[in-house]
Design a protein around this ligand. Structure first.
Ligand SMILES: Cc1ncc(COP(=O)(O)O)c(C=O)c1O
Length: 390
């Protein structure tokens, strides 16, 4: 064997995702897992039944159509109309993917040339760095500074160079919970138009907004033909294992993303696509109840973490709370803290520091997921309180 590393240079250092490491730790120690963002209860029974029906009726058990089954593409289009007043042609402007993860990967692989710069706000979801790298792009991180985690629009403007191809945005934002305002989005849109940039928007938490409103960037003037809008059923319907995501956008952009996507998975999640089509058509009460449930859980965990001595940054959206441990655990960095936490008190969290390029930016930030049953959150809060505030 040559001395050359097996893993190529683009992925060097990316190792195992923090979620895998921390979830394995949760299993090994029997700790409560508030690390990875998956709910501990499944989504609506009627949607599960729809998946069973599709399986039994032989719908989707063989390769579904490459762009997604027509029922789901129509349902996605109707959902965009119903919630955001946006019209998309189900045949040419909608693409079903294997979760938002594949949509992000396919968008990067389709739209970037090697050397193209991609601006993204850090801390970012960990697949962004990998997908930009796999496409040969160069990521340009801009820090969302604590405590407010608002984008610095002057810094954004200054970061644009002749090599900038694309902005990769996430709102509601994991892990900070920031929901971009209309003013911020308007400024970002103006910049994209001025510099002829493409924008990929990750909107998987679009239905989890507690303060503010989710405004799809693609709805703003000048953005319809330059935005690839991404969402997913995993978060909204609590079926993260089904991996049904989608892309909406102008036909040429969707066609470009489809070209890359067809050589990644080609298709995925056949019977689940039919079930998600039914899920998207659930009445408004489903969406309202889902949000209200998570809002109550946000407040429960935020209060518990505050009691335990964490500095809590209350999120406007998503199902994550970012905290700071600088006062609680002086001198400790977030990764060391999180690795020791399960042993110390039987709770797993993840260090935000791994979501930053800047080595010191999130050094003492720790993220907790609150998409868990109330009894679980109460128990976790009680363990943390006992461990840290006596
Ligand atoms: C910001 C963000 N984007 C994308 C994903 C992945 O979505 P999916 O499970 O649909 O691939 C997640 C999951 O945690 C996320 O937090």
């Amino acid at each position: 064997m040559s001395a050359r590393p097996l893993l190529n240079r683009r992925l060097a250092g990316m190792g195992t995702t923090i979620f895998a490491e921390m979830s394995a730790l949760a299993v090994a120690t029997g700790a409560i897992n508030l690390g990875q963002g998956f709910p501990d209860t499944d989504g609506p029974e009627s949607v599960r039944e729809a998946a069973v029906r599709a399986l039994r009726d032989g719908r989707g058990n063989q390769y579904p159509p490459g762009p997604g089954v027509p029922e789901l593409r129509t349902a996605i289009s109707e959902h965009q109309q119903r919630f955001h007043g946006l019209g998309f042609d189900p045949d040419t402007e909608v693409l079903v993917t294997a979760g938002a993860t594949e949509a992000i990967a396919a968008a990067m692989l389709a739209l970037l040339e090697p050397g193209d710069e991609v601006i993204a706000f850090e801390p970012f979801y960990d697949s962004y760095a990998a997908c930009i790298a796999m496409a040969g792009g160069v990521r340009v991180p801009l820090t969302l500074p604590a405590p407010a985690f608002r984008p610095d629009l002057d810094a954004l403007r200054a970061a644009v160079t002749p090599r900038t191809r694309l902005l990769l945005l996430n709102s509601p934002h994991n892990p900070t919970g920031t929901v971009l305002t209309r003013e911020e989005l308007t400024a970002i849109a103006a910049l994209a138009v001025e510099h002829d940039l493409l924008v990929v928007t990750d909107e998987v938490y679009e239905h989890l907004v507690f303060d503010g409103t989710h405004i799809p960037l693609i709805s703003l003037p000048g953005m319809r033909d330059r935005t690839v809008s991404i969402s997913s059923a995993g978060k909204t319907f609590s079926f993260t294992g089904w991996k049904v995501g989608w892309v909406t956008g102008a036909a040429p952009l969707v066609a470009a993303v489809r070209t890359a996507k067809q050589f990644l998975t080609y298709v995925a999640s056949g019977p689940f696509q039919y079930a998600v089509a039914e899920a998207l058509a659930l009445p408004d009460t489903y969406y309202a109840d889902f949000r209200d449930d998570l809002l109550a859980k946000r407040d429960l965990l935020a209060a518990g973490l505050t009691d335990a001595g964490f500095q809590v940054y209350v999120p406007q959206g998503t199902y994550f709370i970012t905290t700071d441990i600088a006062e609680l655990a002086p001198g400790l960095d977030a990764l060391t803290f999180c690795r020791a936490l399960p042993e110390r008190c039987g709770v797993v969290a993840v260090p935000n520091s791994v979501f930053y390029d800047h080595p010191t930016a999130g050094r003492t930030q720790v993220r907790f997921a609150f998409c868990k049953r109330e009894t679980v959150l109460t128990e976790a809060a009680s363990r943390l309180r006992k461990a840290f505030s006596g």
